[in-house]
Design a protein around this ligand. Structure first.
Ligand SMILES: *Cc1c(COP(=O)(O)O)cnc(C)c1O
Length: 406
């Protein structure tokens, strides 16, 4: 049997096996789309909301209404969404600096946070650079699964931090329900704020975590592949007010901040987001099935529950990892002719190879993959704006890996 015939057979079997899960994903997308559309109707979204403001940006109707829509859809008291929050890390830093004061303690109860927060917290980086640690905020952590309740007896703990997605770590991704259980246990014994890094999780469940702040990037799930840049914070009125002060300045808060001409893409992106997340989830399931059939360990497996859009595939050799990323790149809508090469990245000890043929630079709701060149040579991939294009990317990656003749 030629590789092509074999791959076709596996792809057909994949879609037959995945039919029921695809249906459940569509159901989640329907429930979430209904929430978004109900909020749009409730807030009387119209052409006028798409117009931007300049200068101070007072009375930016589009911006202020989108904030309320995010709050309604995510089930929070308040929210804000801004194009000038540059990425997820920036949004998380805004949330943490907003709530923590000198002498306070931040406790992460899901292990070490995402790498880019190391310097924000002061786990790494130079003294004097303005990290939380520089400002006298102490950091503690316990691993996911450890009993965190006894640790909360320390009243200096002001922020309890939870990361929803496994990110690029070797741990489970948490569902909203699991996070809400953890939050209830925190609140039973502590007045600390609970902050959730919600990146990659939005709209994979029918509810979002019920924290004091949930935080995420618009070039991931909630931007729906339409938002050009930006991030959101949502949660209690108090925490959002403090975060607004940190975003701009104390006193100014959320009253200023011209939206320029970004409103429409953020509305349209939020409208698309539940559907786009469904496309990315289907692409991930399809890949999990195919690569397992090809003999690779995948995480999660195709029939396991999912609460984020990340798929890990252990490719076992540098050649296979590079072939996978090159195949993804060749199966992308933009820069498909480019050949990714492994390169040294600041802050990483091993070379990293990346594939990103995306419309929006670095957008990981679009099909994208990367992996450090070290054993077990795992590719992490996510996204796919449409299932059809995601499938094309995965088939291209499969062909490239099969051509190595494992
Ligand atoms: C993407 C991500 C972030 C933020 O990363 P940016 O690249 O700054 O947007 C934080 N935490 C997790 C789990 C993420 O996936």
């Amino acid at each position: 049997m030629t590789d092509n015939v074999k791959l076709n057979e596996i792809a057909l079997a994949a879609e037959a096996a995945l039919a029921e899960q695809f249906r459940l994903i569509d159901e989640t997308a329907f429930v979430n789309t209904k929430k978004v559309m109900d909020a749009f109707r409730e807030h009387k979204v119209s052409e006028a909301h798409f117009a931007g403001t300049s200068g101070y940006g007072y009375d930016d109707k589009g911006r202020d209404t989108l904030d309320k829509i995010y709050a309604d859809v995510f089930g929070t008291e308040a929210a804000f969404v801004r194009h000038n929050i540059v990425n997820g890390t920036h949004a998380l830093a805004i949330g943490l600096y907003a709530l923590l004061r000198p002498g306070d303690v931040m406790l992460s109860i899901t292990g070490k946070p995402y790498d880019t927060l190391d310097e924000v917290i002061g786990i790494s980086g130079e003294a004097g650079n303005g990290s939380l640690r520089d400002f006298g905020v102490e950091y503690r952590q316990c691993e996911l699964g450890e009993d965190f309740v006894p640790l909360l007896s320390d009243k200096r703990i002001k922020v309890v931090f939870i990361q929803r997605s496994k990110g690029y770590m070797n741990r489970r991704t948490l569902s909203s329900a699991e996070i809400n259980n953890m939050i209830a246990r925190v609140r039973a014994v502590s007045d600390a704020y609970v902050v959730v890094d919600n990146c990659y999780g939005e709209f994979t469940d029918t509810t979002e975590p019920n924290a004091d702040l949930i935080i995420g990037s618009l070039i991931k799930n909630p931007g729906g592949g339409m938002a050009e840049t930006g991030a959101y914070l949502a949660g209690s009125a108090k925490a959002c007010e403090l975060a607004g002060y940190r975003l701009t300045s104390v006193g100014v808060g959320l009253e200023c901040g011209a939206s320029l001409d970004t409103n429409k893409s953020m509305y349209k992106g939020f409208f698309y987001a539940p559907h786009t997340v469904a496309q990315a989830l289907k692409t991930a399931l399809f890949a999990a099935y195919i690569f397992e059939e090809l003999g690779y360990d995948v995480e999660p497996r195709w029939n396991e529950s999912r609460h984020d859009i990340i798929q890990a595939i252990k490719l076992g050799s540098p050649d296979a990892l590079c072939a996978f990323c090159r195949g993804i790149q060749a199966g992308s809508p933009v820069d498909a002719y480019v050949t990714p090469e492994p390169w040294e990245m600041p802050g990483y000890s091993d070379k990293v190879i990346m594939a990103a043929g995306t419309f929006t630079q670095g957008a990981s709701i679009e099909l994208s993959a990367d992996g450090p060149l070290r054993a077990p040579y795992t590719a992490f991939f996510q996204g796919g704006l449409t299932y059809e294009s995601g499938k094309i990317g995965i088939l291209s990656a499969s062909e490239a890996v099969m051509a190595l003749g494992k």
